[in-house]
Design a protein around this ligand. Structure first.
Ligand code: HEM
Ligand SMILES: [Ca+2]
Ligand SMILES: [Ca+2]
Length: 304
């Protein structure tokens, strides 16, 4: 049972302490902002929002974070949670009282706000999960080539609507992707076209320059070519112009079922922000654990 005041007796300053730690971290490394947002998504979609994604592998257990779909999660997102946990633990009343899952949820809200996105109240009371296996990731996270049917299926499984899916996809208004993820769209799309015809022509050339055929696949590019460091509705304006980086982004505009929503939010950032807050709150409720199937981890990277 989630509630806003879950820690009001045990750690009344939890929000302040987490926010200060997050701000300190992102002042040094902005990449922690998109890294944290993506980490939260990948946590909630596999075994619910329970910090299972943070568990380190051991000789006996290959954990979620070492599945191919999670390998590119940036270390700075994990570090945001670790630093916030450290700050909480240095406060005698908060020590080992706040779950890693709740720290990640709060930190995610704080990075969105820091990048210019909407603020919102965070529900608390998630417990940390007791299992994390690489095999449980398989098939639960969307891929960059997915179409609207596939995206809807994955989000529906987590009780999220198509609107929620579109709002959450706008997280790609921030952050980076590796060239390997767009290679096909710009170099060998199919037998007829080497470039995806739904891709803006000038943007395709820009991408080909940033990601030439023999580029090191570890090179990263901005996902939002216009405002990469601001959380805004430019993501939707980009889609209208064929500047969605992944197929999974661009299909939201090419598919007639999702296009009206893209158009509405491209021209109304207030409506988008409202939908994003609703969707993030619902995402934060996915598969939440309680004291009987979870606990409060002492180290976010290891089971107690
Ligand atoms: C809808 C289906 C989605 C697909 C197919 C998808 C796929 C991807 C891929 C392939 C990357 C690039 C990874 C890399 O090359 O390193 C990425 C990055 C990212 N994704 Fe998604 N994603 C989706 C939804 C989401 C959602 C719902 C969120 C958060 C609410 C999110 C947040 C991010 C962020 C912030 C980044 C940048 C990470 C960074 O800069 O470190 N994505 N996503
Ligand atoms: Ca999880
Ligand atoms: Ca942006």
């Amino acid at each position: 049972q989630l509630s806003r005041g879950f820690y009001s007796k045990t750690c009344p300053n939890v929000e302040q302490i987490v926010r200060n730690a997050v701000q300190k971290k992102i002042k040094k490394t902005f990449v922690a902002v998109p890294a944290t947002l993506r980490l939260f998504f990948h946590d909630c979609f596999v075994n619910g929002c329970d910090a299972s994604v943070m568990i380190q592998s051991t000789p006996k257990n290959k954990a979620e974070k070492d599945h191919p779909d999670n390998i590119s999660l940036a270390g700075d997102g994990f570090d945001v949670v670790i630093q916030a946990k450290k700050a909480l633990d240095s406060n005698p009343s908060c020590r080992n009282k706040v779950s890693c899952a709740d720290i990640l949820t709060l930190a995610t809200r704080d990075v969105v706000v820091a990048a210019g996105g909407p603020s919102y109240e965070v529900e608390l009371g998630r417990f940390d999960g007791l299992v994390s296996t690489a095999s449980s990731v398989e098939g639960n996270l969307p891929g960059p080539s997915d179409n609207v049917d596939k995206l809807n299926a994955l989000f529906t499984k987590n009780k999220l609507t198509q609107e929620d899916m579109i709002a959450l996809s706008a997280a790609h208004t921030l952050g980076f992707a590796h060239c390997g993820k767009v290679f096909k769209r710009i170099h060998k799309f199919n037998g007829i076209n080497s470039v995806d015809p739904t891709l803006n022509k000038a943007y395709a050339i820009e991408l080909q320059k940033a990601c030439p055929k023999n580029v090191d696949p570890r090179i990263a590019i901005n996902m939002d070519p216009v405002t990469p460091k601001t959380f805004d509705n430019t993501y939707f304006k980009n889609l209208q112009q064929g500047k969605g980086l992944f197929t999974s982004d661009q299909v939201l505009f090419t598919d007639g079922r999702s296009r009206p929503t893209v158009n509405a939010w491209a021209s109304n950032s207030t409506a988008f922000n409202r939908a994003f807050v609703i969707a993030m709150t619902k995402l934060g409720r996915v598969g939440v654990k309680n004291s009987s199937n979870g606990n409060i981890r002492r180290d976010c990277g290891a089971f107690n």
